[in-house]
Each structure stands twice: as structure tokens, then as C-alpha cells.
Design a protein around this ligand. Structure first.
Ligand SMILES: C[S@@+](CC[C@H](N)C(=O)[O-])C[C@H]1O[C@@H](n2cnc3c(N)ncnc32)[C@H](O)[C@@H]1O
Length: 270
């Protein structure tokens, strides 16, 4: 492509096409004001494929499942960090873990895990506060790109600042040589966390049931029936007396579910 050629413009028709693609596949309702975001995020992909315009790219994404997944990867917002919304991890340690019956292995699901920082934070808290009991973390996201990063479990060193020093020392390894400037999650945690691509906007695969589900900072992208259906699908995977955590700015109280609100953004199944 000629670098001096004018930038391709995202037509209103193509923008509506990408909105529909995202809504039909992922259930995400992209606001009408997000046109600049869509053109900014898709431009590089369109160029790397040598396509002249967004309409061509939309047609490709509509007929090719792999390209549709690529477009969804680019259009989802994956912001996350270690120990995000720390009150939830205090709640996990002080209220949730003591409330769970001893015996069978504890299972926690990070249901929109993005690049994995939430799942690794949960794993660090369990390793520290549940040393005697078997546990496992399952983490999933619709984006295969973020799942690849999450399972690699290697992060840029500046992100280590988000992790309390005692956890950093016990559960993270500082890279040397070619890994300089990065850190890795320790192998004993990596053995107990599994990542997979799961679309929460579709029937869920066989996942078993969970004692705790983190469904944080993803409901904000859903509206109406899609939001209700998604939460119902997820809550079905909670064991009796299981816990659901949503983001601090989110709530499921309006959905009329049979869930007890324990504190803002924390719910428990009867
Ligand atoms: C802002 S991140 C939240 C990450 C993490 N839970 C946190 O609170 O830090 C939202 C994630 O939801 C994922 N997501 C959006 N729609 C989804 C869907 N239909 N199914 C599964 N994940 C989805 C996005 O790919 C993104 O990684």
C-alpha cells in the first residue's frame, strides 16, 4: 500500500456492519459514538491484508470465521491488571474462603479473563491462603489473542508494581538474559490454572460447576436481553452457596435473579 495514499474512511454502512458482527457474535453492544475506535483498531489489519477499504474488510470478516475472530479480537477492550479492585481479593480471603466447605477441590472461574492478570491474582491468593486444600482456576475469554498471552504467563516488568511484594517474591520469577525486562508466573501456579476460549454470549461448553465466579468488567459491554441471558448462563454454573463477583461499577440486582447481594458487586447463590 502506498504510504502517501489517503487513509481509508469507515463508511456508516461498514460501521453498522462491524457493530452487527460484534453484537451477533460476542453480544457486545458498541455505542454509536465508537466509530473512531473501530476504524483505529481495524486499520492496521486491513493494511496488513493489503485491502483498500473497510467495506472489503467487512465482507471478508462476514464470510471467513477466522477473520471474524480476528476482528472481534481487535474490537474487544481488554484492559486489566493484577490485583484490580483489591476489595474483591480481601473478600475472597476473609469471607469467601472461610465460607466454603472443606473436602472436594475448590474451583474458581475467571469468566472474562482478558490477558490473565485476574486469574493469576486469584491463584496467588489461593496459594497463599489455602495451602492445605486442592484448588483449580479456570479462566476464559472470547478473544484467542488474550488467551494466548494469558497462558504464556509472562508480563512486562512494570506490571510487577501492581503485585504486593510478598506475593511477587513467592509467585513470580524475574526474567534474565533474553527475558530481561519481563517476569513470569511461577510453575506451581501455572500447573493449577487452565485457559480456554469461551464465548459467554453462546451456550457454554461442559465446564462443571464452580464455587466462585469472577465476571468482572465485562457486563458493561452488554445490554438488555443479551446481558440477562449471559448472567443466567454463568450463574447456572455456580454451585449451591457459590459466589459471584462482578466489577465495582456493575450490578446484577436489576435482573431479578435468585441471588443474595452480600455487598456491592458480590452475590451469593442460596
Ligand atoms: C475489560 S476486560 C476485563 C478483564 C478482567 N475481568 C478484569 O476485570 O480486569 C473485558 C474482557 O471481556 C471479554 N469479552 C467481551 N465479550 C465477551 C464474550 N462474549 N465472551 C467472553 N469474553 C468476552 C473481552 O475480550 C475482554 O478481554
Amino acid at each position: 500500500m502506498n504510504p502517501l495514499a489517503p487513509l481509508p474512511q469507515l463508511s456508516e454502512t461498514a460501521f453498522q456492519g462491524f457493530r452487527r458482527l460484534l453484537r451477533d457474535t460476542a453480544g457486545i453492544d458498541l455505542a454509536a459514538s465508537k466509530k473512531p475506535l473501530v476504524s483505529g483498531r481495524l486499520l492496521k489489519r486491513l493494511r496488513s491484508l493489503g485491502l483498500g477499504g473497510f467495506d472489503d474488510y467487512l465482507h471478508l470478516a462476514q464470510r471467513d470465521a477466522g477473520e471474524s475472530q480476528q476482528a472481534i479480537d481487535l474490537l474487544t477492550t481488554n484492559e486489566t491488571h493484577f490485583f484490580r479492585e483489591p476489595a474483591h481479593f480481601a473478600c475472597l480471603r476473609e469471607r469467601i474462603l472461610p465460607s466454603l466447605q472443606a473436602g472436594r477441590p475448590l474451583r474458581i472461574w475467571s469468566a472474562a479473563s482478558s490477558t490473565g492478570q485476574e486469574a493469576w491474582t486469584i491463584a496467588m491468593v489461593l496459594a497463599r491462603h489455602l495451602p492445605q486444600r486442592p484448588w483449580e482456576v479456570f479462566a476464559s475469554d472470547i478473544s484467542s489473542r488474550v488467551i494466548a498471552t494469558a497462558s504464556r504467563a509472562i508480563y512486562p516488568l512494570p506490571q510487577a508494581r501492581e503485585i504486593p511484594p510478598d506475593f511477587l517474591q513467592d509467585y513470580c520469577l524475574r526474567g534474565t538474559g533474553r527475558q530481561e525486562g519481563q517476569f513470569a508466573i511461577a510453575p506451581e501456579l501455572r500447573q493449577r490454572v487452565r485457559f480456554a476460549r469461551v464465548n459467554l454470549n453462546a451456550p457454554l461448553p461442559q465446564l462443571g460447576s464452580f464455587d466462585v465466579i469472577f465476571l468482572r468488567n465485562v457486563l458493561i459491554y452488554f445490554n438488555g436481553d443479551a446481558r440477562r441471558a449471559l448472567v443466567q448462563r454463568v450463574v447456572e454454573r455456580l454451585a449451591p452457596r457459590g459466589w459471584l463477583l462482578v466489577g465495582h461499577s456493575e450490578s446484577v440486582s436489576d435482573l431479578g435473579l435468585d441471588m443474595q447481594a452480600v455487598m456491592p458487586s458480590v452475590y451469593r447463590k442460596p
